[in-house]
Design a binder for this molecule. Structure first.
Ligand SMILES: NC(=O)c1ccc[n+]([C@@H]2O[C@H](COP(=O)([O-])OP(=O)(O)OC[C@H]3O[C@@H](n4cnc5c(N)ncnc54)[C@H](OP(=O)(O)O)[C@@H]3O)[C@@H](O)[C@H]2O)c1
Length: 330
C-alpha cells in the first residue's frame, strides 16, 4: 500500500518536474521559433487525427493556408466542420474516427484507401491525458489505446497510400505527436502494458508517449532499410494551453497563470506543420528524427534503445493481431 502511494507520488512529481523544466526552457531559454516552410503546398494531401480542436485544429488551419488538402479524423465531425467554416470546404474532408475503437480506425482507413489518392503526410495527433483508469472496447488501457495503439494500426493500414505519396527525393511522412512527458515512460513494464497491476495517470500518459517514439524510431529504421518512400518523425509540440489539461487541477484553477506560462495553440501547431512539410528534413540522414521547437533534439535513452523498440514492436503487433506490418489487409 505504502509502496503504491510512493510510486503514485513519484510519477506525479516527476511529470510535473518535466513540465516545469520545459516551461522554463520554452519561455526563457529556447523561445518559440516560427518555422520557414514554402507557402504553396498545393497538391499535397495530409491526414490528421484530432483536427477538431487544440493543436491539431491549429495545424489544420496552417496546412489549409498553404493550400494542402486535408483529411481529418475526429469523434465530433460537426465541431470540426464549424471550426473550419471559413475555409474552402473543397479542400477538407472530415471523417468520423474514434481511436478507442479499432473497428473505427479500420473503417476510417478503409474510407481513405477507397479514395485511392496519394497521401503525403499522416499526422497522428489526437490524444488524451490522465484521468482514471479506463479501458477501450478492445480491452486496452485508454491512454495507450488512444495515443499509441490506434495510431500504430492507422499507420499500418495507410502505409500503401503513403508509399503512393512519397518519392525518393520527397518521402511521405508519418508524424507522431509525442511529448516531453515521454521521459515519464522510462519504466514501462512490457509485461503489463495495460497497467492492470499498477495504474498511475502520469505513468500511463508517459508510457503512451514513449511508445509513440519507440514506434517511430523503429518503423523509420525498418522503412529506411526496405528503401521505402516513407519517413517517420516524432515530436514534442511544446507545453501548450489546451483542453488536454482538463484533468490538471492547478491549470483549471489558475487559468490566467497557466496561459502566461504555456505556448499558444498556434505556436503548438508550428512543429506539427514543420514535421509534415519542411523541405530540409528530406535530406536528413539520421533515422527516427525527434523534434522540439521545429528543431532536431534527442529523446530519453529508454526511447532510443533498440532493445526496447524491438520489444514494444513485437508486443504491439501481437496485441493488434498484425502478422506483417508491411502487408496491409483491411
Ligand atoms: N497541449 C500540450 O501541452 C501538449 C504537450 C505535449 C504533447 N501534446 C500532444 O499533442 C496532441 C494534441 O493535444 P492537444 O493539446 O491539442 O489536446 P486537446 O485540445 O485536448 O485535443 C485533443 C484532440 O484529440 C482528439 N481525440 C481525443 N480522443 C480521441 C479519440 N478517442 N478518437 C479520436 N480523436 C480523439 C480530440 O477530438 P474530440 O474533439 O473528438 O475529443 C481532439 O481533437 C496530443 O497527442 C497530446 O498528447 C500536447
Amino acid at each position: 500500500m505504502i509502496l503504491t502511494l510512493l510510486k503514485l507520488l513519484f510519477y506525479k512529481l516527476y511529470l510535473n518536474l518535466i513540465g516545469a523544466v520545459l516551461v522554463v526552457k520554452e519561455q526563457i531559454l529556447d523561445r518559440h521559433r516560427v518555422p520557414v516552410i514554402p507557402e504553396d503546398q498545393y497538391g499535397r494531401t495530409i491526414v490528421i487525427t484530432g483536427g477538431s480542436r487544440g493543436i491539431g485544429l491549429e495545424a489544420v488551419k496552417k496546412y489549409l493556408n498553404m493550400q494542402c488538402s486535408i483529411i481529418i479524423g475526429c469523434r465530433n465531425v460537426e465541431q470540426a466542420r464549424n471550426a473550419l467554416s471559413s475555409y474552402n470546404s473543397s479542400m477538407v474532408r472530415i471523417l468520423p474516427l474514434d481511436l478507442m475503437k479499432l473497428s473505427s480506425v479500420r473503417k476510417f482507413a478503409k474510407t481513405i484507401l477507397d479514395y485511392d489518392i496519394p497521401i503525403h503526410a499522416l499526422t497522428n495527433n489526437a490524444g488524451i491525458m490522465f484521468g482514471p483508469r479506463n479501458e477501450s472496447e478492445d480491452g486496452f488501457e485508454s491512454q495507450l489505446a488512444t495515443n499509441y495503439l490506434g495510431h500504430f494500426l492507422l499507420s499500418h493500414l495507410l502505409l500503401p497510400s503513403l508509399e503512393q505519396g512519397g518519392t525518393a527525393e520527397k518521402p511521405a511522412r508519418i508524424v507522431n505527436v509525442s511529448s516531453c512527458a515521454h521521459f515519464c515512460g522510462s519504466w514501462m513494464d512490457f509485461e503489463d502494458l495495460n497497467m492492470k497491476k499498477f495504474y498511475s495517470p502520469e505513468k500511463s500518459y508517459g508510457n503512451s508517449k514513449v511508445a509513440q517514439i519507440l514506434f517511430s524510431q523503429y518503423l523509420d529504421s525498418k522503412l529506411s532499410a526496405r528503401g521505402s518512400k516513407v519517413r517517420v518523425i516524432s515530436l514534442h509540440p511544446g507545453v501548450v494551453y489546451t483542453d488536454l489539461y482538463s484533468h490538471v487541477g492547478w491549470v483549471q484553477i489558475f487559468t490566467i497563470v497557466a496561459r502566461c506560462l504555456m505556448k499558444t495553440v498556434s505556436q503548438g501547431g508550428d512543429t506539427l506543420v514543420y514535421a509534415a512539410l519542411a523541405t530540409e528534413l528530406d535530406s536528413a540522414k539520421t533515422v527516427g528524427l525527434y523534434l522540439e521547437n521545429s528543431r532536431l533534439t534527442s529523446t530519453s535513452s529508454f526511447a532510443s534503445s533498440l532493445e526496447n523498440q524491438t520489444k514494444l514492436w513485437e508486443k504491439t503487433c501481437d496485441m493488434l493481431k498484425i502478422s506483417d506490418f508491411f502487408e496491409t489487409t483491411i
